[in-house]
Design a protein around this ligand. Sequence first.
Ligand code: C5P
Length: 217
Amino acid sequence: FSPKVLANTRVLITAGPTEEPIDPVRVITNKSSGKMGYAIAKAAFEAGATVHLISGPTALAKPYGVSSEDVLTARQMHTAVMRQAKDFDIFISVAAVADWHISNYSDQKQKKQGQTGLHLEFAPNPDILAEVAALDKGPWCVGFAAETENLSEYAQAKRQRKNVPLLVGNLAQHVMSADQTTMVLFDDKGEQALPILAKTEAATALIRAISERYFAR
Ligand code: C5P
């Protein structure tokens, strides 16, 4: 980036999936490689920002220059984000956070012998993005939404419900685990589709779009 469009800006990013334990050897998770969030962290650093990445489990190497911490569950991610959100100017919530955790977690491995099925009970996880967006003097927030249909309608409704100035929508079937992405930006002026780009290039385009909106706020 020249000029460095995020110089002197502190950016907090979540990325990857979260995993919710069933027992000590089994988890339920969301499908997310972490590629998009890591690419955004790298692009933000290259744009001059101080970047902290809170990551669920991924197979990826942490981007150069970015501080990071690893979490497993949504509740751990929530604790890590809420502890420091107010220290940042921008929060980019890329993680595919599990909406539920298993409330009848067993601390012993569930044996399949003699069982006809496994009965799981779910309890809701906190909505990290919505909570950060509701903070007094909190960071400027960017959300993501992967939908399988009705992208415009669902994404704009989600942006308003979570009360975030910018929400990035994409069609899940096109982007999951892929190296390319299609992004549509939703803000209070409407929607703007970006071309199909490699996730690394999309991250650069998104950082430009974020900096323009953040400094014009
Ligand atoms: O509601 P939905 O999960 O589709 O919203 C997606 C956006 O909200 C993403 O930015 C995601 O990181 C964030 N989110 C969150 N905490 C949750 C669920 C979603 O921060 N429990």
